[in-house]
Write a protein that binds this ligand. Sequence first.
Ligand SMILES: *[C@@H]1O[C@H](CO)[C@@H](O)[C@H](O)[C@H]1NC(C)=O
Ligand SMILES: *[C@@H]1O[C@H](CO)[C@@H](O)[C@H](O)[C@H]1NC(C)=O
Ligand SMILES: *[C@@H]1O[C@H](CO)[C@@H](O)[C@H](O)[C@H]1NC(C)=O
Ligand SMILES: *[C@@H]1O[C@H](CO)[C@@H](O)[C@H](O)[C@H]1NC(C)=O
Ligand SMILES: *[C@@H]1O[C@H](CO)[C@@H](O)[C@H](O)[C@H]1NC(C)=O
Length: 568
Amino acid sequence: MNWTLFSAFVSVFIATTNIQFALAQNEKPLSVSPKKKPNILLIMADDVGTGDIEGWWKDSSSLVHMPNINKLIRLGVKFTDAHSSSLCAPSRYMLLSGNYQHRGKAPKGSWDMSESGNQFLSHQQSIAQFLKDENYSTFMSGKWHLGTKAMENFNYTNILSGNDWSNNSLIQGPGDIGFDTSFISLGGIQAPPYSFFKNDQLVLSEAQGIKFWKKGSYQKSNGISKIHMNEGEGDVEWDSSQYNIRIIKETISYIDEHLEQKENKPFFAYVALGSVHTPHTPPIKYVDGSNVANEYQTRHLDMLYEMDKSVGALVDAIENRNIEEETIIIFTSDNGGLRHSEKFSHQTSGPLRGEKASIYEGGHRVPLVFRFENVFPSGESRDKLVGLNDVYSTIADLVGTNPIPHGSAQDSISFAEYLSSAENDDGLRKTFSHWEYRRGKETIHATRNGDMKLIHFPRNGTHSLYNLKDDISESNDISGDPQYNDLIKVMYNQLMADGPCPDADKAHGKSFELFNHFYKTKQKQLCTWFKEKRQRCKKYIEGSLYCGKTCKRKGWCQRHYTNSSQIN
Ligand SMILES: *[C@@H]1O[C@H](CO)[C@@H](O)[C@H](O)[C@H]1NC(C)=O
Ligand SMILES: *[C@@H]1O[C@H](CO)[C@@H](O)[C@H](O)[C@H]1NC(C)=O
Ligand SMILES: *[C@@H]1O[C@H](CO)[C@@H](O)[C@H](O)[C@H]1NC(C)=O
Ligand SMILES: *[C@@H]1O[C@H](CO)[C@@H](O)[C@H](O)[C@H]1NC(C)=O
Ligand SMILES: *[C@@H]1O[C@H](CO)[C@@H](O)[C@H](O)[C@H]1NC(C)=O
């Protein structure tokens, strides 16, 4: 559906709704102008599994009351078979790029501040850039976790030490992938620098100091701030317990400034929450004065409660400004949840096997809800397979007038039509693949074909097959049944075709065609970049795509997939 069709659809819908309203309640007409594109509020929670959401599963074991997310579900469309990757950084790239993770610079994902910069290759335009080109005002707050770098002569060993931040800004931060304004921390609350960056510039708090934060707990006025695994430098006033409150305040200020400017532009606000990643440091009180810390048995559960309040604060901000009929609200998570509260029978994955970082469904089947008041249906559920990388094409389809740029969002399939009706399921994806990496090496991968799921272990060449339709918990491996032999071969080939192995033409043969146009202009320039330093070929899989012989990596693939031939 393109924007024109969508506008027509909105008009018809509004006309029909108005009549029903007029007859039933005699209400004033709805005020959505289909001429103005809708705002988009995209909320991504951290480490929240489907089982964490109260009522997501029929036999919900979530202990946490979530009135705000439940309201979104009641007023929106809920996806029960939506997938991220099983880890944080790759999922953020998937969401913003519309690609599988290995199509960026580093197959395992980019996480830190380093010379290689963010995960995007120069020709890949993010959904923020796409929307900016659609004349959206674009904003991001919260956890970046996509990799970034800084100015020349920057010392990455100790990021905040001895570097002149007064005259520095992030290179390849939010501003470089299409966010007009931003308020982020590079690694959420889990990694240094423990500081915020506003519009890619380090924010100096009132005290204006940087200190080395050692592991430990620090008592603050509204909670306990923690440095958990990674020591390092940051703001002297860093307080992990206020992280979400802070980024939500910034988001609401942005929305207000945007509305005040009355520029008739729609906005895109991407809010990457810190909850519920570790360290779990709930604030004592939320902004509205309600209690958060110690409301539940564990701090993990308190953080889930705070996560719901954060979603509530954002949705309230939209509703209080009467823009809910002009705003698409999306809620999701970056990967599966954490088993931190299981002893109190809170099951983060519900009936699913595995949790965050797992190849099993609990690792990457995530909550996904779309609400667009009076446009999308309310309280409906969709059970077909979709991926976070599909959000790009879906948004482009809903609000775009430009085509998706060549070479961007290659693994993204729109489910825009499916949002409006469960019957519009033509063209949805039938397959979806997952890759797990350990220390940069791919260790396990899996693929879906309808309800069937094949998991392959390249290290020992074994595989398993599950039928999720009647075995959602992946407890019954049916790969030994000879009736599935042909299907397994088909699925394995699919996995190879989707995957990162640049062996190469198998993996990239298709993209070559898609890239033809783009190639003519960019190929030479990118290839020069690889030729300058051959080791880049090793690091960035797309080298084989741009640079033919220079970056051919025959040996790697053969070593990596030695045992795959057992399936083929
Ligand atoms: C964006 O705004 C400019 C200036 O008003 C206009 O020329 C252009 O067509 C707009 N682009 C889109 C995609 O709407
Ligand atoms: C970078 O920082 C580290 C740690 O502070 C220091 O040991 C090293 O000498 C610095 N390197 C340069 C080139 O200044
Ligand atoms: C600050 O940055 C500008 C622009 O990159 C540069 O010209 C100037 O020399 C820098 N000043 C300092 C003190 O590093
Ligand atoms: C193959 O490796 C996987 C993952 O390490 C393991 O779970 C499985 O038991 C192994 N299978 C065999 C037959 O060794
Ligand atoms: C391939 O798998 C077999 C077990 O099926 C194992 O004995 C062998 O070492 C594996 N080869 C490599 C190169 O990993």
